[in-house]
Design a protein. Structure first.
Length: 399
């Protein structure tokens, strides 16, 4: 299958090149398609291609395989929906469904998606020839303006570099400002809305949303920023300006530092009252509190001293534990190698099964053609026999 969208120099990519690409950029051992089941490799490829879509893969040390897969594939589905990537290209049921007929093709198509988009960002003047079977949905996506639109929305390609005719075919650009994983702002805390301030966060659109909204606002004559509040960045959006103008002014730097504990730690029912309304604390309560703190410090010091004086295990126990750990580590490595070899063998069997099915279909087609040829030969023979009989009868009549 040859996919060409703005490309010129040809290079052939197969299954081995795709797995090497995934392993090199995800920094995870990818021996076969089974290593894509957890979704961690695809999350890292998302972060490689789309700078504004930062996915956080689940940690292997603190999550079970099922928890990792649930967390990672949930992020992949949300990111694909925001970027406009069809669900059929990154279908979890097909990519993780080992033994299904479409499993290998779905895994190949997922890797081809990231390989193609990564190459399109780096060089828009080459042709990639894939020596593998691709799904119909992927072929339609990469040959349509939707693939370029996904790169623009994800921050991988500036909108100014898109040709005008493709930009017109892309339509309106979706915003990523509604993404729950948007990056926090490093600007003035006074630009946050009142609700975000009480939640301990700030509403700041992503860089893609800022650039696109600024371009649309310039083209449509949007209202300027509120007077007295300069923009934090050159790409400040009118949407952010309206949010700032409608929200009450935030606290100053000193007030924000003093009120942090009351706003984010103290429950609502026990919120800090104004200083003038609070009764003075008696001196004896101050002394009791100081005594409690000193007792806590002494207890902590005693616990640390007792921990330092704990008896160390015997030498032979430590050696035995080290040997056991080394044996367990070696066994895990051997098991990992066996699993990798088994997965690779299973992938090869799936490819052989697909080739066998293809040969069976070709033989069936040849069998049908042979039957048609035999039927045509029989009809021709009957027609020639009838013609010879008519000529013989005509000769007899003339005689």
């Amino acid at each position: 299958v040859t996919v060409s969208v703005l490309y010129w120099t040809a290079m052939e990519v197969g299954r081995r090149e795709l797995l090497s690409f995934a392993e090199r950029h995800s920094r995870i051992k990818v021996a076969g398609f089974a290593d894509l089941a957890s979704g961690e490799v695809l999350c890292r490829l998302f972060n490689l291609v789309f700078p504004d879509v930062r996915l956080q893969p689940a940690h292997r040390e603190t999550n079970s395989p099922s928890q990792m897969a649930h967390h990672n594939w949930g992020q992949i589905a949300r990111a694909a929906k925001q970027l406009g990537i069809p669900h059929a290209i990154l279908d979890r049921s097909l990519i993780t469904g080992r033994g299904k007929p479409a499993h290998a093709k779905a895994c190949v198509s997922a890797l081809v998606l990231f390989y193609f988009l990564h190459a399109l960002c780096k060089d828009g003047d080459c042709t990639i020839q894939f020596s593998v079977d691709l799904t119909k949905e992927l072929a339609e996506f990469v040959q349509s303006p939707a693939s370029v639109r996904a790169l623009v929305v994800g921050g991988a390609m500036p909108l100014e570099k898109v040709p005008p005719h493709i930009r017109q075919a892309m339509g309106p650009i979706a915003s990523l400002a509604g993404n729950s994983e948007r990056q926090p702002s490093h600007g003035n805390p006074a630009a946050a809305s009142a609700s975000d301030h009480h939640r301990g966060g700030r509403h700041v659109p992503s860089s893609v949303d800022s650039s696109f909204n600024s371009q649309r606002s310039d083209a449509q004559g949007a209202p300027p920023m509120p007077r007295g509040l300069p923009p934090k960045t050159p790409n400040e959006t009118p949407r952010t300006a309206r949010l700032v103008e409608a929200s009450p002014p935030g606290p100053s730097r000193g007030d924000f530092a003093r009120e942090t504990q009351a706003d984010f730690v103290t429950p609502v029912s026990h919120a800090r009252q104004p200083r003038s309304s609070q009764p003075p604390i008696p001196q004896d309560q101050h002394e009791d509190a100081d005594a409690d703190f000193s007792m806590d410090d002494e207890d902590e010091a005693e616990r640390e001293t007792a921990w330092d004086r704990r008896p160390s295990p015997p030498r032979h126990h430590r050696d035995h534990a080290d040997n056991a750990d080394a044996e367990a580590s070696a066994e895990r490595e051997r098991s990992a190698r066996r699993d990798a070899a088994a997965r690779e063998l299973l992938d090869e069997l799936e490819i052989m099964h697909a080739e066998l099915e293809k040969q069976v279909r070709e033989k069936a087609a040849l069998r049908g053609e042979l039957q048609d040829a035999r039927r045509l030969a029989a009809e021709t023979e009957e027609r020639l026999t009838a013609e010879a009989e008519r000529q013989r009868q005509r000769a007899d009549a003339e005689a």
